[in-house]
Design a protein. Structure first.
Length: 381
């Protein structure tokens, strides 16, 4: 069929009360930005958006990556007149061996027939011309959707599930600590789904890690940027800090001290970029550094809120999400990140804050933080 556009549905946005229009406006702006290379108009309908655009095979794929859209349907539109609706329905419905039903939604209460009456009238018109169809009201293989509105009536055969969530830009900006692993990209994606614009910070330990490890992170950000309209990546040289900790501090606390330094640096970047929280891919008990005791001791290094969307996930659940959102194949490339360097043989699992503070006194951590911040590299992606 030659579509006339896409009918966009959303769920959470409809529950936002007096602020609903702000969420709808942000969703509209995000769609417009996503389709900026396509000639497009976006109209508000009650509880829907109508995207009219030129024929382009990429449009549907782009819409399916916009948070806030719960489902979409490619539609044709006709005036709200029963004979015209019946005629268009017949042209849409193929004559093939399958079960079938009509599902109407009468938004325009001035239309003379009820939704159930429209279902019957359209089915009775279509079925004599499509003898291979059989009615099944419970589990049809083919469903003709009809929405009757004051503006027009929209007909569709598909209703494709989309990402849902909230439009990016309706939540506060956050800064995600992005390694080259599986967890942190999923955590960042989940914050986008809650409407938060995400910037990224990556700690890079050249020459201990290769250029390929940095390129892997760039590819992760490029991919995640397809879910928001623009991303910034802040790259921090971290090798010198790791060297100092490795030389002067107890091996058991090494990973925890790295994390405290990362959080200090990320906090300064977050304040500068007006981000309201840090985001990590931590999950309780997944590795030795992520026990409740260690997480609690590490987070005292920052005065900013830390969000952990994966805190209750096991590894397999995170892998499944990474596969769904398309980051898994990038994350498993065999290039190490800085978190794998100088790993202790017997890491502390229940570190006390007092112990970590004592270890930090052995290095000039404030000077190390300032040195790292003075060589920050920011990339727009």
């Amino acid at each position: 069929m030659k579509i006339g556009g896409y009918l966009i549905r959303y769920d959470e946005l409809a529950l936002k009360g007096k602020n609903r229009f702000l969420f709808e406006k942000q969703l509209r702006n995000n769609i417009k930005e996503k389709l900026k290379e396509v000639s497009v108009t976006i109209d508000y309908l009650w509880g829907r958006l109508l995207v009219r655009c030129e024929e382009n095979p990429e449009v549907r794929g782009r819409l399916l990556k916009v948070f806030g859209i719960s489902s979409l349907s490619p539609i044709v539109e006709v005036p709200s007149d029963l004979p015209l609706i019946q005629k268009e329905a017949l042209s849409l419905v193929p004559n093939r061996s399958s079960t079938f039903r009509v599902t109407s939604r009468r938004v325009d209460k001035k239309f003379p027939l009820t939704s159930q009456a429209v279902n019957i009238e359209v089915a009775n018109f279509v079925l004599p011309h499509r003898p291979l169809l059989n009615i099944d009201l419970n589990h049809p293989e083919l469903e003709l959707g009809i929405e009757i509105r004051e503006e027009k009536t929209f007909l569709f055969l598909e209703k494709e599930k989309a990402l849902g969530g909230l439009p990016v830009g309706t939540g506060g900006k956050v800064l995600a600590l992005l390694s080259g692993g599986i967890d942190s990209p999923v955590a960042a994606w989940m914050m986008m789904k809650r409407g938060c614009p995400v910037e990224f910070i990556h700690f890079y330990s050249y020459p201990y890690t290769s250029e390929q490890s940095k390129e892997k992170v760039l590819d992760l950000v490029r991919h995640l940027s397809s879910y928001q309209n623009k991303s910034f990546l802040h790259v921090i040289a971290f090798g010198k800090i790791q060297e100092e900790i490795q030389k002067h501090c107890d091996e058991r606390y090494r990973t925890l001290l790295y994390r405290r330094m990362m959080q200090r640096i990320a906090t300064e970047v977050a304040h500068d970029r007006k981000a309201r929280a840090l985001v990590t891919g931590e999950s309780v008990g997944q590795v030795a550094s992520q026990t409740v005791e260690n997480i609690s001791a590490v987070q005292t290094a920052t005065d900013i809120c830390i969000l952990r969307p994966l805190v209750g996930f096991n590894k397999q659940e995170t892998i499944e999400w990474a596969q769904k959102i398309g980051t898994y194949e990038i994350s498993i490339r065999p290039f190490e990140d800085c978190c794998t360097l100088f790993q202790p043989q017997a890491p502390a699992t229940k570190a006390r804050l007092l112990d970590l503070l004592g270890q930090e006194e052995r290095v000039a951590y404030k000077e190390l933080v300032q040195g790292a911040l003075s060589h920050i590299e920011t990339l727009s992606i």
